[in-house]
Ligand binder design. Structure first.
Ligand SMILES: Nc1ncnc2c1ncn2[C@@H]1O[C@H](COP(=O)(O)OP(=O)(O)OP(=O)(O)O)[C@@H](O)[C@H]1O
Ligand SMILES: [Mg+2]
Length: 266
């Protein structure tokens, strides 16, 4: 099973003075159980791309096929696809609309007619590092890191196979970021397919995800994490990737075939 993206292009406000090309001819296959990072500078089309994966945006050109279901406008298909693909959005506070954390987390399973027991709910809360005392809180009263955790819990609540995180650590401090990466690591261990949109590849060395890099709304690199780093400083800078000290060290370790794995634990 997989998500296949075939020749997908996406244009906002087509045939109006505000027309803007967001994606051009994207071809990509996400097999079940794989781990991907989407990189690319601001405005390159990352969020647009992930929104085409679960039918939030439907491209006029090209096809998105999720576990053999082609995404079209058909409501029943889109519902099935949304149940398979969960997205934790860039700004979780924009997602919340219910008065308590409990209702937020229970909303999606109810919508998909999935029962979730108290024990399962507590297990999910623990996985994201929250406890029962949060259930009666108003989501808008939480800190940025706590909101992020509730947003993740409300996606885990309906157990999607594919989970997409759009900039999951942006705006969080070191501890907050570390907690999010721990959650993602645990999810990976449970066999979920994970796609992360981020600007900071330093934090990903430990995971070595496959890389999809978008430049000017087109794919400019698709392949392994190590081969991406081995493109070297000049090429990565051209791709708007910060060649930090940590990346430099990792690059040198790859070039010289020295194992420094322990250094790159987050
Ligand atoms: N609702 C919209 N209407 C019109 N144009 C849009 C809309 N959303 C995005 N765009 C345009 O589409 C292009 C891709 O935007 P997108 O949000 O996918 O980029 P991104 O890579 O996620 O950027 P960022 O890193 O800033 O989140 C940009 O040029 C953007 O201005
Ligand atoms: Mg974005």
């Amino acid at each position: 099973m997989s998500i296949e993206i075939k020749n997908v292009s996406y244009i906002y406000a087509e045939n109006t003075p505000f027309e803007s090309i967001a994606l051009q001819n994207i071809n990509w296959e996400i097999s079940e159980g794989s781990f991907w990072v989407i990189l690319g500078k601001t405005g390159s089309g990352k969020t647009t791309l992930i929104q085409t994966l679960n039918g939030l945006l439907i491209p006029k050109e090209g096809k998105v096929i999720v576990d053999n279901i082609v995404i079209k406008d058909r409501k029943e298909d889109i519902k099935k696809i949304r149940e398979k693909i969960g997205i934790v959005f860039q700004y979780p506070e924009n997602q919340f609309f219910l008065p308590t954390v409990f209702e937020e987390i229970m909303y999606a399973p109810k919508n998909f007619n999935k029962n979730i027991s108290k024990n399962e709910l507590i297990k999910i809360l623990r996985l994201v590092g929250l406890d029962e005392s949060f259930l009666n809180r108003n989501p808008f009263s939480l800190s940025g890191g706590e909101m992020r955790k509730v947003a993740i819990a409300s996606v885990l609540s309906y157990d999607p196979k594919y989970i997409i995180f759009d900039e999951p650590t942006v705006g969080l401090d070191y501890e907050g970021r570390k907690k999010i990466w721990d959650i993602i690591e645990n999810l990976k261990k449970t066999g979920k397919t994970i796609i992360i949109v981020t600007h900071w590849i330093d934090e990903l060395i430990k995971f070595k995800p496959n890389v999809l890099h978008i430049h000017n709304n087109e794919i400019s690199y698709i392949g392994s994490f190590d081969d991406f780093i081995l493109l070297g400083e000049d090429e990565l800078k051209k791709k708007n990737i910060t060649f930090s000290e940590k990346i430099k060290l990792y690059y040198c370790s790859l070039k010289n075939n020295i194992k420094l794995e322990k250094l790159f634990q987050y």
